[in-house]
Design a protein around this ligand. Structure first.
Ligand code: ATR
Length: 262
């Protein structure tokens, strides 16, 4: 039986096993997907020992997405440009790192709107933001980054060849169609990085936070009549992309969507 895992620390709250197990059941795949709690100090040892010998692949989560790159044999171009790995493929003992977060965000958007040629405002300039900017730039969107720390947004914009806004106040909300929250603001707290007055009905709001699913960011957007995309969509679609890489099979996203709510 093929073994897969999600590597993180802490790891109890990861939803990856339930999503992938649902795919195994649906497509009759003989495989197992577990959570492995690996402390940062034990990462190298785990990868070179047990993982290389026993596992066919892994999902990688906080806090290992950047650090893990040092310990892999090969990193594909997308992950290199993003600067983080969220997926490992063990190809006969050779560990290959890639990143499906950007594709997941792109596919999540596609459930509601094609980002091509759209003006998109990305709030936040951390790791998740990097993956999303990479994918949306590739998809032909016009991206602007705004961040609490302006300097980080400016650096990121230069690196990816997109725009940066100095502050939220300097932004004309009407100039954007899609607004994406990539910050942790709204996670387990009733707060939004944007003012309620930001929103109007023509907007599409996308929050990558999925705990809670209805964040204040999305609530305010809905109140103003805008369309919304919840965080489960990105989680499911990045997992669907992993599923394709590991098993070379297309799984209906609906299967993982259902598993998310179980
Ligand atoms: P991840 O890798 O999950 O994207 P991260 O790298 O820690 O997380 O990035 C967090 C992002 O959320 C950053 O853009 C951060 O802004 P700063 O660069 O100013 O730190 C943003 N962020 C976190 N807490 C915030 C808050 N209370 N208000 C506004 N932005 C916040």
């Amino acid at each position: 039986m093929k073994k897969f895992c999600v590597i993180g620390h802490p790891i109890e709250h990861s939803r990856s096993p339930q999503l992938h197990q649902a795919g195994f059941t649906e497509l009759d795949i003989e495989a197992d997907f577990t959570k492995v709690d690996v402390k940062p100090s034990k990462l190298k040892e785990f990868l070179n020992g047990k993982f290389r010998e026993e596992f066919a692949g892994a999902a990688v989560t906080i806090p290992h997405k950047i650090e893990i790159m040092k310990h892999l044999d090969e990193i594909n171009q997308a992950a290199q440009q993003i600067g983080a790995v969220n997926t490992i493929i063990n190809q006969a003992g050779k560990l290959i790192g890639t990143n499906t977060d950007g594709l997941g965000a792109y596919q999540a958007l596609q459930t509601t709107i094609d980002p091509k040629e759209q003006n998109i405002l990305i709030v936040g300039a951390g790791g998740a933001s990097r993956a999303i900017i990479f994918a949306l730039k590739q998809a032909g969107a016009h991206v602007t980054i705004v961040n609490r720390t302006t300097e980080t947004a400016v650096q990121l914009a230069e690196e990816f060849g997109v725009e940066a806004a100095e502050t939220l106040k300097a932004i004309d909300p009407e100039a954007f169609k899609i607004i994406i929250n990539t910050t942790s603001v709204g996670m387990k707290e009733w707060k939004s990085p944007l003012d309620e007055s930001f929103w109007s009905p023509h907007h599409v709001a996308f929050d990558i936070v999925y705990e809670p699913l209805e964040t204040k960011f999305l609530f305010d957007a809905t109140e103003a009549g805008a369309q919304t995309i919840t965080g489960d969509k990105m989680l499911v679609h990045q997992a669907i992309a992993q599923f394709k890489l590991w098993h070379d099979l297309d799984l209906d996203p609906e299967i993982m969507e259902r598993a998310f709510f179980e």
